[in-house]
Design a protein around this ligand. Structure first.
Ligand code: BMA
Length: 618
């Protein structure tokens, strides 16, 4: 997800809270014009705040103005047409919580102090349990307090939701009475080893007849902060959350100077359905592996893996990386009408190393050099991990060219579709398209121009890079630059490195990207995920799998040249079925499938949300 829509700097602006009252969304924030004041901006869609702002006046219990520079958060609720606020002030290191009351939602008078609790809390609107008002408070755990008069509060001994991890922290976002209980939406803050905060949003429902009883909690987060944010040199923290139809809107404060919103589409549906999302998984076919090495073929005796796949004239053409007696990679060909059962497999390779940048003379009698760049057993280099895209009358093929000792680079060749169909392997002389001395792999070309440019994704560890280029006639002197980036996500399954697998597939929901990733929690295992990118701006991530869609668990993904590898290089759609072609254990070729529409809907349910600039008059 790219970060934009950030407001320009403005003098001191600090978000305090958001509150949905009937159909209006109110944002509360501190701003400093001549003096510090609490502003209220009101909107009907939660995104545009065109109406003039009001000033909220907060009095202490003796009728004096509360010192606003200590004010941290505000949470408002409604009872019988009146408004009750819980506000938090911080003096030095100590935070305290107070309740205040207002008839008209503008002038609030402090009525009580909440003992023991020092984190943001909110009272459930228009709700009483055994004649008690109920307040949910965040902190290390989520706790409940009750009160007969909103003035004196009693904390229940047991936490109602225990912290998931030692260094997590809950912050109450929005509490709503819903048909079957009390819905509590909250932020979870996690502080990583480097001191940075990572936020995610979760939902829980408590029993209305016993608010201490948790009846449902989302298993996965409804949303989590994209890994990209951790690289931003800004302090970004949430201060409010509201529900709006089927979506959530969260409000964020940037460096205490800017405010923005994030729309989280569809997540409300997920939690109102009271079920956690079961991630859609690619289904590995029974027939796997569909291609195995052939001992009698010197060029493919050891491995046949990491296949490109393209659908043309009623069959799936599979172009796979082969390693044979010479420990050098070249490409073989097979085809299948149903995408699973192989109807034809050629005895000879269809593409072999020809250029110095993809070839090391293996006949010197020297032992295989132990280069750090050797992959999948291809010690003498060669042509690795092909990807094929059709554009017009040509198939373009990107692959990793490795000379056996220098950092592998991306090479490009092409062939006329008619030659390919007739098995006339008239490939264009390949050319390197990535810069020298930088390991670059996993290049894919989009099947059509976007805004007049060809789009190429590639990978320089640990990121996916995206380039927009005017033409594909590279001449070996200009190289991909890496204009945009999709990063691994810290604290996610894809935290260590990511690389695109199959060339992007155009769908009505966006560009579908099947990618591979390795996570810090499980280093050394290559798993698969999916992303949806905006059709007209593929640098914008619409959705990204919260969990892997395929993991290397079968014998053919573990017992081969390398343990724990599922490495996609191609995908096709046959009607509504997505078929992903991947290498298992750096040795064999496998297929996994999913219903395309289900996969897309599932991805959208995991939507990361869009950043919006808030239009607040200042
Ligand atoms: C990558 C590539 C692939 C290989 C994978 C797993 O870096 O080199 O060819 O399949 O590692 O070993």
């Amino acid at each position: 997800m790219s970060v934009r829509g950030i407001l320009k700097d403005i003098t001191s602006l600090k978000g305090l809270g958001a509150f949905k009252d009937q159909n209006k969304v109110r944002l509360y924030y501190l701003s400093q014009n001549n003096q510090l004041q609490i502003n209220i901006s009101q909107s009907s869609d939660g995104l545009n705040f065109p109406e003039s702002k009001d000033k909220l006046i907060l009095y202490d219990s003796r009728g004096r103005n509360v010192r606003l520079n200590n004010l941290e958060t505000i949470r408002i609720s409604r009872h019988n047409g009146e408004y009750v606020m819980v506000y938090r002030v911080k003096k030095g290191l100590v935070s305290s919580l107070f309740t205040a009351r207002s008839k008209e939602s503008v002038n609030f008078r402090t009525i009580g102090r909440v003992p023991q609790i020092s984190d943001t809390a909110q009272i459930v609107s228009d709700f009483k349990h055994h004649d008690n008002f109920v307040m949910f408070a965040g902190g290390r755990d989520i706790r409940i307090l009750t009160s007969k008069d909103l003035v004196k509060w009693k904390m229940q001994r047991k936490a109602v939701l225990l912290s998931a991890s030692g260094n997590g922290h809950y912050e109450i976002g929005a509490i709503e009475k819903i048909a079957n209980g009390i819905s509590v939406l909250f932020f979870q803050k996690f502080i990583s080893g480097d001191g940075k905060s990572y936020y995610s949003i979760h939902a829980a429902i408590f029993d209305q007849n016993n608010p201490e009883k948790l009846i449902f909690k989302t298993e996965d987060s409804l949303w989590e902060q994209p890994g990209e944010w951790s690289h931003l040199e800004i302090n970004i923290q949430p201060f409010g959350l509201i529900t709006q139809g089927s979506r959530l809107i969260s409000y964020w404060d940037l460096n205490g100077r800017e405010i923005l919103s994030i729309v989280h589409d569809q997540v409300k549906r997920v939690y109102t359905e009271e079920k956690s999302l079961s991630p859609i998984l690619l289904k590995k076919i029974r027939e796997n592996p569909i291609l195995k090495p052939i001992a009698d073929h010197f060029w493919e005796s050891k491995a046949t893996f990491n296949p490109a796949a393209i659908y043309d004239e009623g069959k799936v053409h599979i172009v796979y990386r082969a390693i044979g007696d010479h420990d050098m990679s070249m490409l073989g060909y097979a085809s299948s009408k149903d995408g699973i059962n192989i109807d034809e497999r050629l005895d000879e390779p269809i593409y072999v190393p020809t250029e110095p940048f993809e070839f090391q003379n293996a006949d010197t009698g020297k032992p295989i050099p132990l280069s750090p760049y050797a992959s999948g057993g291809g010690g003498y280099g060669g042509v690795e991990d092909p990807r094929i895209t059709r554009i017009g009358k040509k198939f373009y093929m990107t692959y990793v060219a490795y000379d056996g000792s220098n950092p592998p680079r991306v090479a490009l060749t092409s062939i006329k579709v008619s030659d390919f169909r007739n098995k006339k392997w008239n490939w264009k002389k390949p050319v390197l398209i990535s810069a020298p001395n930088v390991v670059n792999k996993n290049a894919v070309i989009f099947p059509e121009k976007i805004n007049g440019k060809y789009v190429i994704m590639h990978r320089v560890f640990p990121n996916i890079l995206i380039d927009f280029v005017d033409h594909l006639d590279f001449d070996g002197s200009q190289f991909l630059r890496g204009d945009f980036m999709i990063r691994p996500r810290i604290s996610s399954w894809d935290s260590r490195k990511v690389g695109v697998g199959a060339p992007p597939i155009k769908t009505d929901k966006g560009w579908l990207i099947i990618y591979h990733a390795v996570g810090d929690d499980d280093p050394g295992r290559y798993k698969m995920g999916a992303m949806l990118l905006d059709l007209s701006d593929p640098t914008r991530i619409i959705a990204r799998s919260a969990k892997p869609i395929l993991e290397p668990e079968e014998y053919y993904e573990n017992e081969g040249f390398k343990y724990g590898v599922a490495y996609p290089c191609g995908a096709v759609t046959l009607d509504n079925t997505l078929m992903v072609y991947y290498g298992g254990a750096d040795m064999v070729t496998c297929v996994a499938t999913a219903e395309l529409s289900t996969l897309l809907n599932n991805l959208l349910d995991h939507s990361e949300g869009e950043l919006h600039k808030l239009n607040i008059p200042l």
